[in-house]
Design a protein around this ligand. Sequence first.
Ligand code: SF4
Length: 434
Amino acid sequence: MTKGPARSFPRLAFGGKVLGSGNIALMPSSTVLLSEHGSLFGSPQPYFFKLHHLKKQLSGSELHGRGGAAFPLSRKLAGYEPYRGKLIVVANGSEGEYLSRKDEQLIARHPHLVLDGLSILGSALDAKAGYVHVKASKTSSQRILQEALLERAGLDPFRIEISLTASEVGYVAGSESAVVSAINHQGGLPIYLPDRPMVRGVKKRPTLIANVETLAHLALLARFGSDWFSSIGSAGDSGTRLLTVSLPNRSSGVVEVVAGTEFSEIFEVLGVSRSQISCGLLGGYFGQLVDIDKLWSLRASHAFLKEAGFSFGAGVVALADGCPVAEISAILEYLAGESAGQCGPCYMGLPELAKTWRELVSGRVNSNSLSRIADLCDQISGRGGCAMPDGAVLLARTALSRFRPELLSHQSASCNYPGLSSSLVPPVTALAGR
Ligand code: SF4
């Protein structure tokens, strides 16, 4: 086994600015070429990983998927074992979540770690081919990956291609069925598949789709072993993870954090004053809006968040300074506009939910408004062809309980916050940190 790097943190943000007590690092953006990649991490040769070897490495780790579902990679690998020799493997870097930038920055920094992870996973399962799936609009990601594939020509155990989302598909482009549809040139929308991609996906073959950050962690875990991987972190969630943090002024940055780091420390080193924040969106648009007291008490740990009823989702923490009721309204409007127009509960239900919530914000309500929202959530829930409507329902339902006083204020046409504009919109500038 290759000897691990002398420093165990930062890992993915190696070379980036380390902040605070040393558990948080800003992601640098310059690309690590193959020659530097080898000297930084050591060669993963042989790229041809045996399944039993990889299973052993994974069994001692707690590597959960970083794309949103947080499924343990060891269990995913076991589920795909029966399909050995027939599989297509896909590194999903399409990052449909509007507020997330972590996958894009990871590809910009470490394309070879992503490709190593895909190669290692694919070789263990004797895959036939691999794809790295990215947004059609992210031309820099495509160029970096093309150059990386040229650098490593002949090293990977199977052919790897770059595939693109359909340009007109937005938020839902990263869902598994949309990824399969795009690679199969079937439009790139989420589609109903009689069989899951595990059985019949790309080119009618069983298809394993893993998030690019998951694969980058796998590339390090396979090199250095589970003891190294778990040498930092907290109970139930070892290692590190990438988070996209955005502020009310719409600046954002990607940080790598050691699992278990307090969110309050992350906010402090990024220069966030608690007095300027009203609430935060945890997990992204499929996540939950969280009040400030709760948000400051949480830890960046999968196990801790699960226990508290939250999740990392797409690894987004977006801070806002406006009225939480208005913030939810803006997100529901956005999601309603992102419907792929295929399922009634989605393309008719979400606009109705967004409209009812908008009326609440503007004070054009009656005493039935909150129960009308709850009814709409019941009607939409579980009835979409993909997870998008359920994400919107989770956001609305949890806000109904978490922000009850604010909602009741709006129901009586008053609001205690200074503004109704939303700051939970695409970030545009880079965070500097302290
Ligand atoms: S639920 Fe909405 S986004 Fe998902 S497949 Fe149906 S119409 Fe498309």
